[in-house]
Design a protein around this ligand. Sequence first.
Ligand code: LLP
Length: 399
Amino acid sequence: MFKRILKDLKEIKTPYYIYDSRVIEKRAEILRDNFSDFADLFFAVKANTSISILKIIKGQDIGAEVVSPGEIFIALKSGIAPEKILYDSLARKEEEIEYAIDNRIEFFNFESLDQAVLLDNCAKNSKLKIKAFVRMNPGIFPKTHSHLSTGSSWSKFGIALRDLDKLYDIAKDFKSIELVGVHYHIGSQLLTPEPYFEALKKIESTVEFFIEKGLKIKYVNLGGGFGIPYKKEEKRFEPGNLKETYREISGKYGVRVFLELGRFLVAESGFIITKVLDVKDREGIPLYVVDSGMNDNPRPAIYDAYHHIEPLFEKSGDKIKSRVVGPICENSDEFGAYELPSLKIGDLLIIYNCGAYTRTMASNYNGRLLPAEYLYDGHELRQIRERQKLEGLITNEKL
Ligand code: LLP
């Protein structure tokens, strides 16, 4: 992927993130090919908030799914029009709703009856009508990490199906909300279509319920969650498996489908380049300490996630089981075990699948500075964000 610019990569101060825009464009094309005749696509901005990445997404005619005023601000800065922004949130404060309304955000969801009332009141005060989705909890447990399973009845997300009547009682008196659709998002990093089929069965009854009550449902937002192969034996989610079922839903109820994908679009476009700082032996197994850790990519520490690691420059020699750890003062700061050739201090490694939920979840833990970001488009390599400066660590402090 970076073969032509390996020499340039060697000159850059590590650790850093690097993205390949061609991957994002390819993934967007797959989604468009499968869904665009009956669906609108939104990018879950929480996966990657870098403006240069959002501009690529915008160029693919994909809108933004945001979850906070901060993400609204960034999406607007990247040039995504407010009419293409969908603001989801488990629970909002008045000021957050006002910020979104002032910025003319087109779509909102709500996930509880009290939140629906708050949303309606805020819209009424601003004398604007807003379009809203109700997020339902379908009560299914897709096969994924429990932290990422948002459709189960135990999860905090959405309104329980048994509360539909109560919801209707409130919705029929909305003053400033136009209830345009039903929403659910069952989880993230799903590799098979079955959980989507299961959720859909449960949610169809909700759509039918509203239609019977005379509410004009225009959209069904079927969430995101398409997974990618972090491990060799995993297969990327195949959107084609959902295409016909989703098309049928669209036709059957006369609705446009919304999809809000994060990981599928960007995860495989991003990498971290890191340098070996030290080599130790732990009970006969080489342990490589690198200059990037859970501060730059917390996914292994939080979800026990696997991110493939290889030497950036091919190395000869037998590969043996080795451990790769970061420099942070915690045992959990470990990427995992890998088959690696013998490495020495100064060698560069590439960490795969760091385009989603990596930079956006990074932190300054241990006083580490947020790394620079670079973008490659097959021709040109350019820096899209500078490395954070030391002063960045004390911004907003009253000294
Ligand atoms: N829609 C809603 C309402 C969501 O909450 C999410 C993700 C998405 C769409 C996009 O899901 P995706 O297509 O990216 O799977 N930090 C975790 C992932 C958390 C996902 C949160 N919600 C990770 O690193 O795996």
